[in-house]
Design a protein around this ligand. Sequence first.
Ligand code: NAD
Length: 475
Amino acid sequence: MKIASIINGAERMDGSGETMEVRNPYSGDLVAEMTLADEKLMEEAIENSRQAFQQTMKKMPAYERSDILRRASDLLEEKQEEFAEIVAREAGKPIKHSRAEIKRSIQVLRFSSELSKHMTGEVLPMDAALRGDNRMGMVKRVPMGVIGAITPFNFPLNLSLHKIAPAIAAGNTVIFKPAEKTPVSAYMLAKLFQEAGLPDGVLNLVLSTGKVAGSTLVPHKDVPKITFTGSLTVGKIIRDTAGFKKVTMELGSNSPNIVFEDADIDDAIERLVNAAFGYSGQVCVSAQRIYVQEDVYDEFLKKYVEATNNLEIGDPLGEETDFGPMIDEDAAKRIQEWVEEARNEGATIETGGDRKGTMMYPTIITNVKKDMKVVKEEAFAPIVTLMPFKTEEEAVANTNDSIYGLQAGVFTKDISRAYRVADNLEMGGVWINESSVYRQDNYPYGGVKLSGLGREGVKYAMEEMTEMKFIGVRL
Ligand code: NAD
């Protein structure tokens, strides 16, 4: 399969003349070959998106945007197996998890279709202010124009749709720059929108390197907003080069989970195995630090290791597979080095620690110190650290001792403690009796500290992709 950028409805094999291979991280099989866009093609795409905003989107009524998004969701539902298979092949994500991602993507399109009809503003009580008599004031929400959407490899469809669908719902046009590792589902998505009747130029797919996006899209004067999901390292570069424009940043974390002695331990274990090892830990809210109250620590550790050792490991395309490879061998090598470093510094590897090619086996680490990389930095890999604690205060303090603050899980049956801890955690979101990895697509999702800026979740993303415009009338 050969894929290329799609600009103004046309596939562009010209680009830079350079190509890149997309390979299945498990088998090494060739999935696709993509032609890379260069700066010139990116410029052309941006100019086309600017025109499509002025000539098409500004005039398109909300019911039409809603219809297109609804048709896109229906088409995705029809093609869900095809999409799930491509995500499994290009990202190495177990097919069960790939299917779950597509189901969520369908919902993101449906929420966007519904909310495109509810972009309401407000009428202000102008006479509340001195000199305000005989005046009327209203606030409308208006689209911003061309939105630059830069996305990561780990949820190639759903995280892309978290930007594209709300942007369209709100009446913007989009330059979509997907991750180099997972461009095939992105290409299929652009085609699907064409089939759903989205006019040419409203969604321009630009398959380029991060470098081209960073030098051309991010600082571009005609792109008033960049919405980025990815690593802190790249997020910082984008923040520095975006200049005066608005940015949404969905970055990483070393997500914590706290298990109190009164928790339903078996239930917590079931959820935390998935939280640490689902998609090989390559999830921004993957459980990396688990704090367990000391009275139940031994029981938790024993059962947690047993449950982890029961994971079905293998080919992502296998129906029974729970756990597959990492995105590439470099990622697997890097995390193996971190594990070795922790071992040399006195940590205990309770299970895992081994690697074969792209496959890093599920790894549970104990006897860790808080300044070890496996605790402190975002692992984004199938490793998890377990740490005992005595008091609630200690658990909260340890949890907050991080540069990140995305989402946490707290397991307890004590409702007062649950709310107290939730209030005291420095996080964008806290789940009670659910792990840090759980996410629905309709609540505000995003981080504090270095985990990000702004929120996604369709309604909230639409707010971030619109401007408030005040209109006043002197009667
Ligand atoms: P990455 O930062 O390496 O790449 C993300 C995207 O940025 C890619 O499309 C890449 O091509 C592009 N890019 C690279 N350099 C760029 C530059 N200089 N200018 C502009 N764009 C550039 O991330 P990844 O490895 O694909 O994804 C993993 C990271 O994403 C992890 O840190 C993870 O925590 C984070 N993530 C966060 C969330 C969230 O919602 N908070 C969700 C998923 C992933």
